[in-house]
Design a protein around this ligand. Structure first.
Ligand code: TXA
Ligand code: MG
Length: 323
C-alpha cells in the first residue's frame, strides 16, 4: 500500500489504473474519505468488505463523475430526484434510486435500489473522470473505516485505520482534511416523495426549500426496516472511548463542545469548534484524538438547532449508543 500525497495528473491516472485492475484506492471526498473499488468488479468489491470487516449484504454507494452517467445505474428516476441532482451534485448528497442491471446484488445488498453520489472534492472528481476515461463505470466507496468505527477525515486516519488490512497494490490518495466532516445526506427516492435516511450537510430545510414540499426524516432504524442502511444501526460511528452526551467529565476524561463552553476542571479538551460547521468538520478527528490519547470516556455537549447540527446529533446519538 502506498500513500500518494502529491495528487498530480500522473498520480490520479495511476490510481484510476489501480481501480481498473481490481485493487482498492482510498480517496478524499468533501464529506469523509472513501475506500474505492470498481463497482462492476465483484472480487474488488468483495475486498472492500474484507478490509472494512463489514458484514456482507450491506449496500454500497456508487460514485460517478457527473449526473450524465446516472441513468447507467438508475432507472425510473423521479422528477424531484433530477431536480435534487441538478441542485446539489457534485456535492454531499446520495440518492437511493431504482437500479439498472449494472447495479448487481453485490453492490445493492440484493435490494432493487442503488445509492448514487457525485462528490465535489477535486481529487475525487479527477479520479472518477480518469477512471471513466479508462473504461470504468462507477466507483463503489463506503467510508474508509473498519465497520462500526468513526469515518476517517484525513489520509493519516485512513492509514491508521486500514494499514493492517490493505495490500501492496492498494493506494491511499491524500487530499487533505475533508471540508464537511460528516457523511453525505442519504435521500430515499424510491417513493413518490423523497425522505431523508441519513442527515448530512444538505439539510431537510435546504431540500424542502428546493422542492417546495415538506419531507420526513426517517433516521431511526425501526422506522426504516424495509431499507438496509448500515449507518442506521443504533450503534455506529463510535470511537473506542465511551461517549456520554449528558453528565460531566471526571479527571482525565475527554471533552468536546463549542468553543463558548469552558473546559471543566481536569477534563482533556479534544475539540473546541467555533461554529456548527466546524463542529461537524472536527468531530471524528476529535474522537480519534481521544482514542490516540487512550481516554476512556469522552463527554460531549451536542450542538443545538437545525442545519448540520441535525447530522451531528444523529452521529453523536449513534456513537453514544450502548453496544
Ligand atoms: O459521504 C458519504 O456518503 C461517504 C463518502 C465516501 O461518499 N460514503 C459513505 O458510505 O458514508 P458508507 O457505506 O460508509 O455509508 C453509506 C450508507 C450505508 O449505511 C449504506 O447502508 C447506505 O448508505 N446505502 C448505500 N446504498 C444503499 C441502498 N441502495 N439502499 C439503502 N441504503 C444504502
Ligand atoms: Mg460508513
Amino acid at each position: 500500500m502506498s500513500i500518494i500525497s502529491n495528487c498530480t495528473a500522473n498520480a490520479i491516472k495511476d490510481a484510476a489504473t489501480t481501480l481498473i485492475k481490481g485493487d482498492l484506492v482510498a480517496f478524499p471526498t468533501e464529506t469523509v474519505y472513501g475506500l474505492g473499488a470498481d463497482a462492476t468488479n465483484k472480487n474488488a468489491v468483495g475486498r472492500i468488505y474484507e478490509v472494512k470487516g463489514r458484514p456482507n449484504g450491506h449496500p454500497l454507494i456508487v460514485h460517478i463523475s457527473s449526473m450524465g452517467n446516472l441513468d447507467m445505474w438508475a432507472r425510473n428516476i423521479p422528477e424531484y430526484a433530477v431536480e435534487l441532482a441538478r441542485a446539489f451534485w457534485p456535492g454531499p448528497m446520495t440518492l437511493i434510486l431504482p437500479r439498472t442491471e449494472l447495479a448487481k446484488d453485490f453492490i445493492t445488498g440484493s435490494q432493487d435500489n442503488v445509492g448514487i453520489r457525485v462528490p465535489s472534492h477535486t481529487v475525487a472528481l479527477a479520479l472518477l473522470k480518469e477512471f471513466e476515461d479508462q473504461g470504468g463505470l462507477g466507483v463503489a466507496a463506503p467510508s474508509a473505516n473498519r465497520f462500526g468505527a468513526v469515518s476517517p477525515t484525513t489520509a493519516n486516519a485512513v492509514e491508521i485505520e486500514l494499514t493492517d488490512f490493505l495490500s501492496e497494490n492498494d493506494q491511499i490518495l491524500d487530499g487533505g482534511p475533508c471540508a464537511i466532516g460528516v457523511e453525505s445526506t442519504i435521500i430515499n427516492c424510491i417513493q413518490n416523495k423523497p425522505s431523508i435516511l441519513r442527515p448530512g450537510a444538505i439539510t431537510k430545510e435546504i431540500i424542502e426549500n428546493t422542492l417546495d414540499i415538506t419531507i420526513d426524516l426517517n433516521t431511526s432504524y425501526s422506522e426504516s426496516k424495509k431499507i438496509k442502511v448500515a449507518g442506521l444501526l443504533e450503534s455506529h460511528y463510535a470511537p473506542k472511548a465511551k461517549v456520554f452526551l449528558t453528565g460531566s467529565p471526571n479527571l482525565g476524561d475527554g471533552f468536546i463542545a463549542l468553543d463558548s463552553f469552558v473546559t471543566p476542571a481536569g477534563a482533556v479538551r479534544v475539540a473546541a469548534p467555533k461554529t456548527i460547521e466546524e463542529y461537524a468538520q472536527v468531530l471524528y478527528q476529535a474522537f480519534r484524538l481521544a482514542d490516540i490519547n487512550g481516554l476512556r470516556n469522552v463527554f460531549v455537549i451536542p450542538p443545538t438547532g437545525g442545519g448540520i447540527a441535525v447530522a451531528i446529533n444523529d452521529r453523536l446519538s449513534k456513537s453514544a449508543f450502548e453496544k
